[in-house]
Design a protein around this ligand. Structure first.
Ligand code: NDP
Length: 292
């Protein structure tokens, strides 16, 4: 079997086009422009690339982009003051503080200072609680993108066995909550899981969010399963820099029914969902119907 490739790039382009069309209507009918503020502290090269891409795609969708680049030695008090200003700014509907933050800054404190209604990353403790209790919330962008691709591929997910490898607060745990919300039977695996291969082979849906290059191999995949590879790992192979996922693509694609590639799978969906969340936040803030 050769797996169907789930084209995250094309899917994301479609989501962005829908967001842009909605933004154009908001401007015309309500005189409103959704705004996204992105805060970057320090000069982590990967974060700089993400922030640049976010800014470009925000503007392409017709939204306002506010970038705040702060030096690595920014004090916690100064960062908290900036978040407070953005919370109070009516032009800003979404706030994203790019993680990881330099070690001297308390990430939890800073994220929990963002107005939950503007927390487009969905990391504020209020949004985590709302998601966990099945209430309307801001949903973290990466798992939301995975869920959208899974729904598109499968239609209904109810009753499917889902295994999420990884239990981070930003990917693994919210992914598991979303799959549970769609009535999957969910297992969360992690570094202490016994016989990971056997656990993975039970999965109709296998989500890899581990941060270990090509760790999930074809022998860990149930024939016909859908494999979602969240991993973004920069490695060097044959003297060349390469981007690979947490899944060993060739061996997994030979067994799976469908698979997301890296690059071009989950990655582009993350920013598309960020734009969608910013639009949703703008609509909610103005008492307008939310996008579908
Ligand atoms: P974390 O490092 O926060 O979490 C990794 C998880 O994997 C942990 O729960 C850890 O278990 C588990 N794990 C580590 N080693 C093993 C192992 N040998 N067997 C089983 N489980 C293991 O990573 P993130 O969740 O932040 O990110 C995961 C991956 O997704 C990374 O490659 C990251 O770059 C990528 N990513 C991609 C995004 C995108 O837009 N596509 C966005 C965010 C992340 P334990 O808890 O026991 O330590």
């Amino acid at each position: 079997m050769t797996a169907r490739v789930i084209d995250g790039k094309a899917f994301a382009a479609n989501v962005r086009a829908q967001v842009a069309a909605h933004v154009a209507r908001l401007k015309e009918e309500q005189g409103l422009t959704p705004g996204l503020a992105v805060v970057l502290v320090g000069e982590d090269p990967a974060s700089q690339v993400y922030v640049r891409n976010k800014g470009t795609q925000t503007v392409e969708a017709g939204m306002a982009s506010f970038e705040h680049k702060l030096p690595a030695d920014t004090s916690e008090a100064d960062l908290l003051a900036l978040v407070a200003r953005l919370n109070a700014d009516p032009k800003v509907h979404g706030i994203l503080v790019q993680l990881p933050l330099p070690a001297h800054l308390n990430s939890e404190l800073i994220i929990n200072t963002i107005d939950p209604a503007k927390d487009v990353d969905g990391f504020h403790i209020s949004n985590v609680g709302l998601l966990g209790t099945g209430q309307k919330s801001m949903v973290p962008c990466t798992p939301l993108g995975c869920l959208m691709m899974l729904r598109d591929h499968h239609g209904k997910l109810a009753g499917l066995n889902a295994v999420v490898v990884g239990r981070s607060n930003i990917v693994g745990k919210p992914m598991a909550q979303l799959l549970l919300g769609d009535s999957c039977t969910v297992t969360i695996a992690h570094s202490r899981t016994k016989d990971l291969a056997e656990v993975c082979r039970r999965a109709d849906i296998l989500v890899a969010a581990v941060g270990r290059p090509e760790m999930i191999t074809g022998d860990m995949v149930k024939p016909g399963a859908t494999v979602i590879d969240v991993g973004i790992n920069r490695i060097e192979r044959d003297g060349k820099a390469r981007l690979v996922g947490d899944v060993h693509y060739e061996s997994a694609a030979a067994v799976a029914g469908a698979i997301t590639p890296v690059p071009g799978g989950v990655g582009p969906m993350t920013i598309a969902c960020l734009l969608a969340n910013t639009l949703t936040a703008c609509c909610r803030a103005n008492g307008l119907p939310e996008p579908e």
